[in-house]
Write a protein that binds this ligand. Structure first.
Ligand SMILES: Nc1ncnc2c1ncn2[C@@H]1O[C@H](COP(=O)(O)OP(=O)(O)OP(=O)(O)O)[C@@H](O)[C@H]1O
Length: 457
């Protein structure tokens, strides 16, 4: 470990002891030490936003510099810059940011990644290698690999859609990382749609649209995550339209993720909707049981943890809605094992997840209902949010809405929203219709009861 890393490590320990948890989590924990260059002479700390930057500068930097002077027996000047390591989205998944022990203190030090990857805002852990493939995502992964191998040529844009926590961000960042590995000079940028919107707002405030355009129009690969956030934001859409055209015409790659199919994004201009469909549009679906087990085993392998298949099966059987929740359950079991000092066994897993499963049994999630009903009727989960009205998808959708009304505490407008932004009257109509059919049509009644049985376990 370099001298400055050692010093920063002791600083973190010092502040962890001196400050209360809230202060530490707000001001010190979000800081990242950039050790990529000149780190011993001019250490750089990266703050996630202006607010933290200013506060740390005024309140902590003098203290840090005094400690540094004592440590190195010379004056060291710390530089503070605005965040460019992990943005809000990637830090959301940073399990290492759990500061309960010494090893996690160490994890607050940024790995020495090349400067360019930092500038791309890519999380180096999101690679094709760490991505588990199965029926639920094989098309999306195949498309992503082709795009990664031939950016700007294979499919442009690549549009990946699907529900929350199903690996869309992971997959598009894997493309970015792959391109980066092959060409360190490629100008790649991962941006969450909300950040793009705030860049447009800031270009407005500072009258700096030229700079904004110069940056976004000069990229080789642009990855935009959760593009549904552009809905209703006209100026953002206009800017994105220009950026999209410029990049695609120059054979630069555009990659987009969204929670729904392009035509179903509400408040999106028609010209963007049609452009989103120019290349390849692929869905990611919730993983099936065996794939969920494989994901758990892969995550355990990455973390160098011996996870028994029985334990993985138990977790995968009970956590069905999405991969993020699956990961959360695994982290919980690991923490419980560390905390109690007991080995990772099936009994321990049951104990660790007891509360979670009890809550889940009481509150079946809407994603679970949608997936279970879609599987039962052998349609795609995406049809739950689609605008299609053919009987083959409309009836299962109505069944799912009715079950959601019966089994979850959600309001009618919330349920409508979860089914592709439908009106609450549609949910009410579905509920009336299915209730009526349950008493007049034995098949509907049988299906409905079977679904309740599956969902309640
Ligand atoms: N197939 C997979 N293999 C390995 N890990 C996965 C897979 N799918 C998802 N994950 C993991 O699940 C977590 C959530 O995935 P990710 O953030 O990519 O989901 P998302 O679809 O972008 O969600 P959101 O819609 O909320 O943005 C990440 O830690 C990711 O690594």
């Amino acid at each position: 470990m370099q001298a400055i890393e050692t010093f920063w490590y002791s600083c973190l320990k010092h502040f962890k002891k001196e400050l209360n948890a809230q202060q530490f989590n707000t001001w010190i924990k979000p800081l990242q030490l950039d050790i990529s260059e000149n780190c011993n002479d001019q250490p750089v700390l990266i703050a996630p936003n202006r607010f933290v930057l200013q506060w740390v500068k005024d309140n902590f930097i003098p203290h840090i510099e005094v400690m540094a002077q004592q440590h190195f027996s010379k004056k060291i000047h710390f530089q503070l810059i605005l965040g460019n390591t992990f943005d809000a989205k990637s830090s959301k998944d940073e399990s290492l940011h759990n500061i309960n022990n010494n090893s996690s203190v160490q994890s607050l030090i940024t790995k020495p990644v090349p400067k360019k990857r930092n500038a791309s805002h890519l999380n180096p852990n999101f690679t094709f290698d760490s991505f588990v493939t199965g029926k639920a995502n094989q098309l999306a992964r195949a498309g992503a690999i082709q795009v990664a191998e031939r950016p700007g040529i294979a499919y442009n844009p690549l549009f990946i859609y699907g529900g929350v926590g199903l690996g869309k961000t992971h997959l598009i960042q894997a493309i970015g990382n792959y391109v980066f590995e092959n060409d360190h000079e490629a100008k790649i940028r991962y941006v969450h749609a909300e950040k793009y919107v705030s860049d447009v707002v800031s270009a407005y405030q500072h009258k700096s649209f030229d700079k904004f355009k110069l940056y976004y129009h000069s990229l080789d690969v642009l990855l935009v995550d959760d593009v549904q956030f552009f809905g209703g934001k006209n100026r953002t859409q206009e800017e994105f339209f220009y950026a999209f055209n410029t990049l695609v015409e120059a054979h630069k790659q555009v990659i987009i993720t969204c929670d729904s199919y392009p035509k179903e994004i509400s408040g999106l201009e028609e010209r963007l909707v049609s452009r989103f469909g120019w290349g390849l549009t692929v869905a990611v679906e919730p993983p099936e049981l065996e794939m969920r087990v494989a994901i758990l085993l892969k995550k355990a392998l990455i973390e160098k943890i011996a996870l028994d298949e029985n334990v993985a099966f138990f977790v995968a059987k009970h956590i069905r809605s999405n991969v993020r929740e699956l990961e959360g359950a695994l982290k919980r079991i690991l923490a419980y094992s560390r905390f109690t000092g007991h080995p990772l066994s099936l009994e321990l897993a049951k104990e660790a997840l007891k509360d979670l499963l009890a809550v889940q049994n009481r509150q079946i999630s809407i994603e679970n209902i949608q997936k279970t009903v879609a599987d039962y009727y052998k349609i795609k989960v995406a049809e739950m949010y689609s605008k299609k009205r053919t009987r083959i998808v409309a009836r299962p959708r109505q069944v799912a809405m009715t079950i959601a009304k019966e089994l979850t505490p959600l309001s009618l407008p919330d349920i409508g929203e979860a089914f592709g932004g439908r009106d609450h009257t549609t949910v009410l109509h579905a509920h009336r219709k299915i209730t009526e059919l349950r008493s007049s049509d034995p098949i509907v009644s049988r299906d409905y009861n079977a679904l309740l049985h599956i969902l309640r376990g």
